[in-house]
Design a binder for this molecule. Sequence first.
Ligand code: CP3
Length: 344
Amino acid sequence: MTDKTLLRALKGETLPVPPIWMMRQAGRYLPEYRATRAQAGDFLSLCYNSELAAEVTLQPIRRYGFDAAIMFADILLVPQALGADLWFETGEGPRLSTITDAAGLAKLKGRDDIHDHLAPIYQTLRILKAELPKETTLIGFAGAPWTVATYMIAGRGTKDQGPAHTLMQADRATFSALIDLLTESTIEYLSQQVLAGAEVIKLFDSWAGSLKGTDFDDFALAPAKKIITELKARHPGLPVIAFPREAGPRYAGFAKATGADCVALDNSVSADWAAANVQSSGCVQGNLDPRHMVTGGEDLVRETRRIVEAFSKGPHIFNLGHGITPDADPENVALMIETVRAGK
Ligand code: CP3
């Protein structure tokens, strides 16, 4: 039996105090992150500088003692490894060259061609494996195929994922082939992460909520199932956290349908509903509104306690419902952790 609390929760154990980590825990709300990012030059240079990427991953562990560290990288490095252009517009977000038809898709590389480009990410994990405290779990990750495809098709983040839905309708063969390429590339990428030291894998499907009905089955459930099944075949016992963000009622049954060990919940679902309908079939992660990291105070304490209490009868990993924002106050993070660890 491991003493890593995060692994114990993922194995289905109900712990007196839930393990805690935070999406985007290495990020711009921390002055030490901003300093290292400036040293690296820009965000992508930081992702590909293994020493500095490991350093920013460790910063929130040193400051707060989180139970898990998520390697510092980005979900959009996979499209870049496949040959897409990628850059970040300051204050706006990612930009990519777009895939809009079969000819564009045909120019991409194959699933086995990505590892030279992604080698620095594997090196980040090796450094972290050596440097993390023994009680801290190391999480690797990738974007889920649908979410990554929405950026590759539109060339940027979109509010409603319109361009990806349009391609799905207009040219289903090309759209499905892109999903398949991403599914297979993601399996190879995550498998290398495990070999480099990742103990848990998280699959981010940030835009799963815009898939409805059979589209959700085909492009959120099916790729996740394929990735998780293959990873577990190659790495028996590997725990996987799936985050089909804003899946709403589709959170229920997601773990069973995909083989995920844990479902991460965004803050639009009520903790009481999720305890009854999602946690009933396994571990859940979440789901404090990240705005509390900006506003703090009594509301933060009350909401944190409410979530801990709602999930106290089953396996639970405390987290935010989405990433912490740059305007968050580092003191509020400390208050959240103190509240979780103080018990009910
Ligand atoms: O959680 C962590 O601390 C690990 C590192 C991590 C980052 N991005 C670092 C990052 C992880 C797991 C991600 C995942 C990611 N990246 C997702 C899925 C999760 C989610 O937030 O829904 C998505 C959609 C992306 C794509 C992406 N990367 C966007 C849309 C942006 C711009 C928006 C923003 O927050 O600035 C990024 C940039 C990014 N990725 C930053 C960080 C710390 C900020 C970049 C900076 O330092 O300027």
